[in-house]
Structures are given as structure tokens and as C-alpha cells.
Design a protein around this ligand. Structure first.
Ligand SMILES: Nc1ncnc2c1ncn2[C@@H]1O[C@H](COP(=O)(O)OP(=O)(O)OP(=O)(O)O)[C@@H](O)[C@H]1O
Ligand SMILES: [Mg+2]
Length: 334
């Protein structure tokens, strides 16, 4: 899914008409707090764009502006070719929005929530029933359909939320943290649904706190920090921005740790955790050299793990937060 060519249907490069979302110079302040300080976003039709950023970075604000709910102080945005201010009605007809917080009415059943949405979308009664039945089935909510939504679990509510967004068959959908609070299985189901939507031609604008989610799904990722987009690109391009590949050796014995630390130069020590980090590209050749060296020196590490940079590293590097104590190791050799 990454690096999928855009505008490939006719072998053309992307032009302005093929952009589902095109925003330039978006600015928004609340009082003296500048939330968006001139951001540009371009999302080709039929692709997934993911906006990442720490809490309070302005992701929901950006979704609000692009979906006509919030007015920007400056800048322009066109969605499906329509201006978000002059053509707000046309924009609303083309999009679906699943907000960060649930829009589900708990007092009525899941099915009634869906039918209400169908009414708001001006679908005929018959069409509304057909679409509702189809979506309840697709989101695995048939059994719960006749129960009040207040009795649903968080994951079921989230699924209902997204099903409601799809009632009008929007070409462009905005999902503001669609999988926050979902268990791993429900997250994977949601990812599958998002992939299916995109393969059917829908454009998805997704915000997320989960970097692996952006890594899994997004064609392009942008990182928002301090009001600016501090980096944009495919997951692979962003990962190339940060160094951070290393091999980590963990020791149970302080004596072995000290010997290795003294003998090995260019390592980063963690005296508390008894671990050493050796900068490395993680290649077989480098790993063999490290293992050979350990054998030759008669040092046995209790654990050796290979760490390649991932989106977490990119995120921490770009948003200025310090790297958390626990690292994400891809492969552990014991
Ligand atoms: N209506 C408002 N009035 C005043 N300040 C606001 C308003 N809406 C948002 N803000 C402020 O704007 C900033 C960005 O908020 P926003 O909700 O867009 O962030 P976010 O990236 O979606 O965060 P999160 O990851 O926590 O959802 C925050 O500092 C927030 O307090
Ligand atoms: Mg938000």
C-alpha cells in the first residue's frame, strides 16, 4: 500500500482535479494561541493520508476546518474540488466525518441511529433500510442492532460511529482517531475496513496516535507539531530522516556488563538496565561481527536485540519529546 502510484489509472501524474483534499496556508488561532501556523495538505483521490501529532497539536482542528465545521483564520481548502467556505454544502455532500468523540445517541438502538443518519442524508425509506442492513452486517452489529446503543461496548460504539459515517456513501472520509480505545483485534478489523474503502476508491484522511497504524495504512503521513507540518512523506521516507538503528545487548551480570562496556567503544551505556547500544544498520554482516567479537572476548550477553528506526523514532525526533525508556525492538535473539 505504501508508495502506491497516484493518478495511475491513465498513467498521468496527479493534477489538481485528482486531489480529493487540497489546502494551502491554513491558519487558526484561539486567543493568542496559534494552533495551525500555515499548513499545506494535498491528498490525491483514492489514497490514505495520515496526520500525526502529539495531544493538542491541532489534528482535530485541521479535520474541523477541512470538513467545514470550523472556519480557518486564513488559507484556502478545496475538498472534492469545492471550496470549504463558498462551497460548504457541496463539500458536506461529498464527505463523511467520524469525530474523535462518539456521535452515537445512546438512548436509541444502533439500527435507529443508522436510520436517523439515512434520513439526514435524504435517502428514501427503502434505501435507508437497505443501506442500514448492509452496514450493520459489514460492521458485525446485526445481533446488537435492536439494543440501545448505551449498552454497547466502546469498540461496538466506534464501529457504529464509522458505519453511520458511511451511510451516504461519501467519497472522502475523515476519521479522527478511529481506533483509540479499541482492542488489537478490533483495530485490525477497522484497518481492514479502511483498506476496503480505499480499494473501492474512497479517500481517507486519518488522524491517529498510533504510529503503527499510520505505518500500516497511510500512503502519506504528515507530522504536525508547533503549528507546522514538520515532515511529510511515505512511512519509508520518514524513517530515513532519523538515525537510530542499533544492536542492544542486555546483561544480567554487572561484571559481564562492565567488561563489555569497557571493551566496546562507541556504545551508549545504560548502567541501570545493564544494557549497551551499539550503532548498527542491523545487517547480517554487522550482527556477525558483533557476535564474533563477543565470542572472542568470552562475553555472553543475556539478550541481543536489533532495533531499526521506526515511526516512533521519527515522531519523537520531530516532535521534540524524549525517547521513552522502553524501546520497540523488532527482533530479539536470545
Ligand atoms: N474551541 C476552542 N477554543 C479554544 N481553544 C481550543 C478550541 N479548540 C481547540 N483548542 C485548542 O487548540 C489546540 C489544538 O486542539 P486540537 O483538539 O485540534 O488538538 P489535537 O491534535 O486533536 O489533540 P488530541 O490528540 O488531544 O486530540 C489545543 O491546545 C486546544 O486546547
Ligand atoms: Mg483531537
Amino acid at each position: 500500500m505504501l508508495n502506491r502510484p497516484v493518478g495511475s489509472l491513465c498513467g498521468m501524474t496527479t493534477t489538481d482535479h485528482e486531489l480529493a483534499i487540497a489546502a494551502t496556508g491554513l491558519r487558526k488561532s484561539y486567543g493568542d494561541k496559534t494552533v495551525l501556523d500555515g499548513i499545506d495538505i494535498q491528498v490525491p483521490a483514492g489514497t490514505i493520508f495520515s496526520l500525526l501529532g502529539p495531544n493538542g497539536a491541532g489534528k482535530t482542528t485541521a479535520v474541523g476546518i477541512l470538513s467545514t465545521l470550523i472556519r480557518a483564520d486564513a488559507g484556502q481548502a478545496r475538498i472534492a474540488g469545492h471550496d470549504v467556505i463558498a462551497g460548504a454544502q457541496a463539500v458536506r455532500a461529498a464527505i463523511g466525518v467520524t469525530g474523535q468523540f462518539s456521535a452515537v445517541d445512546g438512548l436509541i438502538t444502533g439500527e435507529e441511529n443508522m436510520l436517523l443518519m439515512a434520513d439526514l442524508q435524504h435517502l428514501s425509506r427503502q434505501e435507508g433500510r437497505r443501506v442500514t442492513a448492509e452496514l450493520l452486517e459489514r460492521f458485525d452489529l446485526v445481533e446488537a442492532a435492536k439494543k440501545p446503543a448505551s449498552t454497547y461496548s466502546g469498540g461496538m460504539k466506534r464501529r457504529l460511529d464509522i458505519a453511520m459515517t458511511l451511510v451516504g456513501d461519501p467519497r472522502i472520509i475523515f476519521l479522527d482517531e478511529p481506533t483509540t480505545g479499541l482492542d488489537p483485534r478490533s483495530r485490525h478489523t477497522m484497518w481492514q475496513i479502511i483498506r476496503e474503502l480505499v480499494s473501492a476508491g474512497t479517500t481517507v484522511f486519518l488522524t491517529t496516535q498510533y504510529l503503527d497504524e499510520a505505518d500500516q495504512l497511510a500512503d502519506r503521513i504528515a507530522v504536525l507539531n508547533g503549528g507546522k507540518l514538520v515532515a511529510q512523506g511515505s512511512a519509508a521516507e520518514l524513517k530515513r530522516l532519523v538515525p537510530g538503528g542499533h544492536v542492544r545487548l542486555r546483561f544480567a551480570e554487572p561484571v559481564a556488563y562492565e567488561r563489555a562496556a569497557t571493551a566496546l567503544r562507541e556504545t551508549v551505556r545504560d548502567d541501570e538496565a545493564l544494557t549497551l547500544q551499539i550503532p548498527s544498520d542491523g545487517s547480517q554482516r554487522e550482527l556477525r561481527a558483533i557476535l564474533d567479537w563477543l565470542d572472542a572476548a568470552g562475553i555472553e550477553a543475556d539478550e541481543l536485540s536489533v532495533h531499526t528506526p521506526d515511526l516512533d523514532d521519527v515522531f519523537f525526533a520531530l516532535t521534540g519529546s524524549s525517547v521513552p525508556a522502553q524501546t520497540t525492538d523488532k527482533e530479539t535473539v536470545r
